[in-house]
Write a new protein. Structure first.
Length: 173
C-alpha cells in the first residue's frame, strides 16, 4: 500500500500536505506497530492523518500516543444526542481536551443541526461534519463547482460561497 501511495504522489505530482488519510480506531489498535510505520512513512512525505470513529473502539490511549495523528474524529454516536445527553457532552469535552493536549485537531462527525453545531463550537471542537454542514455529493459535482469558483475568482475577484451565488455571479459577469 505504501508503494502505491508513494508512486501516486510522485507520478501525479500531488502536494502530499494536501492529503489526509483516515484510519479507523479499530484498525489502528489492531496492529499499532504496522499503523505507526504506515503513518510515520507517509508523514515524512507530508501527508496528514485522521483517526476515525474515535471512542467506539477500545480507545487505547497508549496506542493513540504511539501514532502521529493530526486529527481525531469523534464518533457520531457521541454527537447525535449531544444537546440532550449530558454524558455525551462530557465525553466530547474530554476527548476534545485530550486531543488538543496531544497537539491534534478535533472533528465531530454526524452534526445534524445548528444546536449541536453551537454546542460543539462552545466545547472547542475544531471541525464539523454532517448533514447540517453539507450532504455528500458526487466528486464530479464538487469538481465542477470548484472549477466554476476558480473561474469566477479569476474573472471577478470574488469567491462565491454557494452554488447558487456562483451561478448568479456568472450570469452578471
Amino acid at each position: 500500500m505504501l508503494r502505491i501511495v508513494e508512486s501516486g504522489i510522485a507520478e501525479l505530482e500531488i502536494d502530499a500536505s494536501r492529503l489526509i488519510f483516515e484510519i479507523t480506531e479499530t484498525a489502528a489498535i489492531a496492529d499499532v506497530e504496522q499503523a505507526k510505520d504506515f503513518v510515520s512513512h507517509l508523514k515524512r512525505l507530508g501527508c496528514r492523518f485522521a483517526l476515525d470513529d474515535f471512542g467506539v473502539g477500545f480507545s487505547s490511549f497508549y496506542s493513540l500516543k504511539q501514532l502521529d495523528i493530526d486529527y481525531l474524529k469523534i464518533d457520531g454516536s457521541f454527537i447525535r444526542n449531544l444537546a440532550s445527553d449530558p454524558v455525551d457532552r462530557e465525553v466530547v469535552t474530554a476527548i476534545t481536551h485530550m486531543a488538543h493536549a496531544m497537539g491534534m485537531l478535533c472533528v465531530a462527525e454526524f452534526v445534524g443541526d445548528a444546536v449541536t453545531a453551537a454546542l460543539l463550537a462552545a466545547i472547542g471542537v475544531d471541525y464539523l461534519q454532517g448533514y447540517h454542514i453539507g450532504r455528500p455529493e458526487p466528486a464530479t459535482d464538487v469538481l465542477a463547482i470548484a472549477s466554476m469558483r476558480a473561474m469566477l475568482l479569476a474573472e471577478t475577484g470574488v469567491i462565491p460561497i454557494s452554488e447558487s451565488a456562483a451561478r448568479d455571479l456568472r450570469r452578471s459577469a
